[in-house]
Ligand binder design. Sequence first.
Ligand SMILES: NC(=O)c1ccc[n+]([C@@H]2O[C@H](COP(=O)([O-])OP(=O)(O)OC[C@H]3O[C@@H](n4cnc5c(N)ncnc54)[C@H](O)[C@@H]3O)[C@@H](O)[C@H]2O)c1
Length: 335
Amino acid sequence: MGEQRGAAVIGLGMMGERHAQVWKELPTTRLVSVYDVVEERAQEVAEQLGCEAAGSLEEAVRADGVQIVSVCTDDQAHREACVAAAEAGCHVLVEKPLATTLEDCDAIIDACERAGVKLMTGHICRFDAHYTRCRDAVQAGEVGEIVQVFARRNNIVPSGRRIGPRTSVAYFLGVHDIDLIHWVTGKRITRVHAEASSKVLADIGADDSIMTVFRMEDDSVGALETCWVIPEGSPNSLDARLEIVGTLGRVAARVGGEGFEQASQERAMRPDIVYWTEMHDRAYGGLRRQLEHFADCVIEDREPSVTPQDARAAVAVAEAIHRSLETGAPAEVGT
Ligand SMILES: NC(=O)c1ccc[n+]([C@@H]2O[C@H](COP(=O)([O-])OP(=O)(O)OC[C@H]3O[C@@H](n4cnc5c(N)ncnc54)[C@H](O)[C@@H]3O)[C@@H](O)[C@H]2O)c1
């Protein structure tokens, strides 16, 4: 086995801790340092996983041996950490969305280009076979020309309560499907018309649901459903669909109701075993495959599966969705 690449993680919430665990476990990488604005959090994760707790962003990305940095801060706080990591000469894996403005996307992309480092956004669904099978069929021409696309991503309400004050359901959930629609079809969304509803999360000023109708560059049409207030008692914490109807065929993926169910006297649950699960004390699932892919791209000097322009294109659509919500009219997707 060759030299292990050192990794650092910035932002140690739910996702950051998972990134850190995978960097520690992969045979090609080792976890060197972690950083969070909440100092005790960095100390806690460092102690648990056996690495350095950095006292600052700079200290984390410049720690001895760090070559890969995962940025897992809140959606709107990706820019500073990505730019610092790139300027320290590290390859950057940033959680989705790349950023919440095109200006931040461009600053991150420019910093990585200037430094000559790789940049990948964690569009994790590209590492889920439900969706890779859709793409393979569409790209092989088995569906023919695209006629219509439907995507849904609904989460239970704790997710909206936790994240709602910081970002929107379009940036947090919608970008997954926007990226998938672009990637699976090979076509970009060009115009959107969105409507939103806010009842459950009105007290925190967040939309509960955003429904978007869109047109694509090949004149196909589609609908995107994003909601993060489905009842907590629902068995599935995630209900996600993708359906593509073409002139020759149809592909459809359904994620969130996998064949594992657990029930107590009060409720039944179908927890995620696709993106994150542990088996024999090791992490498995989409997140591990995504990080493994990025490490392999660094080691073999290959272009990662999600290009910076792909990630920027998903943000451009989310931005257009918000423009449409503000004006009440259709919005062209910016370039
Ligand atoms: N790929 C997926 O399936 C998936 C799932 C959930 C979240 N995410 C993405 O991961 C990112 C993090 O989400 P989360 O759910 O882990 O959030 P979280 O709230 O659980 O964690 C965010 C952490 O970042 C820290 N932080 C905030 N600003 C910081 C800064 N400037 N410097 C250092 N630390 C900072 C916070 O203290 C917190 O510990 C978001 O971009 C989110 O959209 C991806």
